[in-house]
Design a protein around this ligand. Structure first.
Ligand code: ATP
Length: 589
């Protein structure tokens, strides 16, 4: 398949933000795609080469890209740099530079999707001292045969700056329309994606076997299941209203969600965003299988940092010391954890996803063996039937060092990949007047002054809008940061600096630098107000006004396990704003 078919489609997609138009372009692209290339194209549309949990990192440094452009075009490095500064994007700069050079027109071979994909895969697999030179060689060999537009998109793929604004739901709509007759079949594809976390495999299956093939998808050990998520509630009364007369309440521990797969002689650990994190938790790999009375199982739990005597929970931040490549065994002994199970999704060839929560929990209690060392246990659960019972359990959980409670409908199946009202979270901070916590995306930074010179002293934050795949600013935050936090944020954010604002960012402010919208941090606020400068929830409550957070404060939690698409949405902010207005009205009575 000619790569130009794909790059033309990328070009068309760049010109629109409208979901129906994007779907149409994708349907036409899929219709021209031979079956064996569907998965490759879907991964590339997602900005990846393989499903996320396989950890194949697509990406090269700007320096490498510049060298490859210079090599293929024959242009001096200074010209590449100058064009880059003007264009603000290396893909676009490559297009310009290559267009003006004769070499690019002497293409010796037509490039294919297969060749581009295989080369990108090769580049992703390179490491070590000679890898930079090899990468430059691979890239320039592609650029030599590609035309200027193709080159632009090859580089955008490699630099991960191909931002087409296509949400996964749009890809699924298009797959349903192209291979199953209509968009109506999307829920079947979505269900398959939710249990496999592999949209390429779902696409390949629907192309080969039609919708029945996809309907037969089931979970598999070692392939992560997209997590079931909770809605938030502000009070015990709200929880009762939503849940009915009797339901389960569990401690909400403050750690990292882990999905543990045991089977085929292996143990794998996946994060909330389905990234494989087995290497950070060798103690789970070693200690958990003997404590589980089953040959194969998929369990969910919260890994929590513990004091050395294993009697008390430590703050969530301590767990981040585990996220390292080297000296892992030192981190394991310095930062011990406990694993606190709350769900069982699969056991010995049997999927439990459709079983009611209570049945899954009972099965879980049966297979988790008692562990005298306190390394693993089932999370504490009780049945509640009144506001008082919830309050009492809430107090108990906070006294035990938890964030609050999870409330779960006893008869609910496991709704993979869905945030819904069968699970609710009631956090201590929602109840206190200090306000609600939001997970916001860092979109810009202001250089610090005085003590904060050399780091970003203030950050510009945004909510995510899933319908338009955009990020709208909601506040600037400069409080709540320790010196250590500021250093760490500077290190994480510096590689994300962009010359120009990403087209998906919407803000009435001009920070000193813009960032690729990727990092999520947690913020508490005392109030949500209407704002003429911030664009989150624009026009939702009053024409010409967005929403802003008043006195926002960083909680100390960098949400590395969350993708930017998992951040709080403006819809959540509107709900909180309305709740606040209602409470204020209630207070006045
Ligand atoms: P948060 O920002 O509150 O951690 P989240 O967006 O990661 O939320 P939610 O589904 O909204 O995910 O909240 C549930 C999270 O709380 C889970 O992802 C898990 O990490 C954690 N958790 C702690 N205790 C429990 C429990 N008993 N049951 C389910 N999840 C729990």
């Amino acid at each position: 398949m000619k790569f130009s078919i794909l790059s033309d489609a990328f070009g068309e997609m760049e010109q629109t933000r409208k979901r129906t138009e994007l779907t149409g372009i994708l349907v036409r692209l899929f219709e021209k795609t031979p079956q064996e290339n569907i998965a490759k194209i879907v991964y590339m549309l997602q900005g990846m080469l393989r499903p996320g949990f396989e950890g194949v990192e697509l990406g090269i440094a700007e320096k490498t890209a510049k060298r490859a452009i210079a090599k293929s075009s024959g242009a001096p490095a200074s010209e590449v740099d100058r064009t880059y500064k003007k264009e603000g994007d290396l893909g676009a700069a490559a297009q310009k530079v290559l267009q003006s050079k004769t070499q690019s027109t002497l293409a010796s071979q037509e490039i294919t999707v297969e060749r581009v994909y295989e080369t990108l895969l090769k580049i992703a697999g390179l490491s070590g001292s000679r890898s930079q030179d090899l990468k430059v060689r691979h890239i320039s060999s592609l650029l030599n045969d590609a035309d200027a537009t193709e080159s632009k998109f090859i580089l955008k793929l490699l630099l991960r700056t191909l931002r087409l604004g296509i949400a996964e739901n749009t890809i699924m709509d298009a797959l349903a329309a192209a291979y199953a007759g209509s968009k109506e079949s999307r829920p079947v594809l979505e269900a398959a994606y939710n249990v496999s976390s592999d949209l390429g495999r779902v696409a390949e299956t629907v192309a080969a076997l039609g919708i029945d093939g996809v309907a037969a998808f089931d979970l598999e050990v070692n392939s992560p299941i997209r997590p079931m998520l909770a809605d938030r509630v502000k009070s015990e009364a709200d929880a009762l209203k939503k849940m009915g007369v009797s339901f389960s309440a569990e401690y909400k521990l403050d750690g990292e969600r882990v999905q543990i797969h045991i089977g085929g002689g292996r143990v794998k650990v996946f994060s909330r965003s389905n990234e494989e994190i087995t290497s950070y938790y060798p103690d789970i790999v070693e200690n958990i299988p003997p404590l589980i009375d089953a040959k194969e199982a998929i369990l969910e739990g919260e890994a929590v940092a513990m004091t050395h005597d294993m009697t008390e929970f430590r703050p969530f931040q301590e767990l981040m010391h585990r996220r390292r490549k080297y000296k892992v065994s030192q981190a394991v002994s310095e930062y011990p954890i406990s694993v606190n199970f709350f769900d069982l999704l699969y056991v010995d060839s049997q999927s439990l996803l459709d079983d009611p929560y209570m049945a899954r929990r009972k099965r879980l209690e049966k297979i988790v063996k008692h562990d005298g060392d306190g390394f693993s246990r089932c999370i504490k659960r009780v049945t509640v039937t009144s506001e008082d019972e919830i309050s009492e359990f809430m107090e108990e959980s906070v006294a035990a060092g938890c964030e609050g409670l999870m409330l779960k409908a006893d008869d609910s199946p496991y709704q993979a990949g869905a945030r819904g009202s069968h699970w609710l979270k009631l956090k201590r901070e929602y109840k206190e007047n200090l306000g609600d916590s939001l997970d916001l995306v860092v979109i810009g930074g202001f250089f610090g002054k005085g003590k904060r010179t050399g780091v970003y002293g203030t950050l510009l934050l945004a909510t995510y809008e899933p319908d338009t795949d955009t990020y709208s600013s909601i506040c600037k935050v400069g409080t709540g940061f320790s010196d250590e936090d500021l250093d760490r944020l500077y290190q994480i954010l510096s590689p994300k600096v962009m010359l120009k604002r990403d087209a998906r960012i919407q803000s009435g402010m001009e920070p000193d630098v813009w960032f690729v919208p990727e990092l999520v941090i947690e913020i508490v606020t005392s109030e949500i107000t209407l704002s003429p400068t911030h664009l989150s929830a624009m026009d939702a409550v009053r024409k010409g006004y967005g929403m802003a957070l008043r006195f926002p404060k960083f909680t100390g939690r960098i949400r590395e396990e969350k993708a930017a698409e998992d951040a709080s949405t403006s819809e959540e902010v509107i709900t909180l704003y309305r709740g606040q207005v209602k409470t204020a009205a209630g207070d006045a009575d």
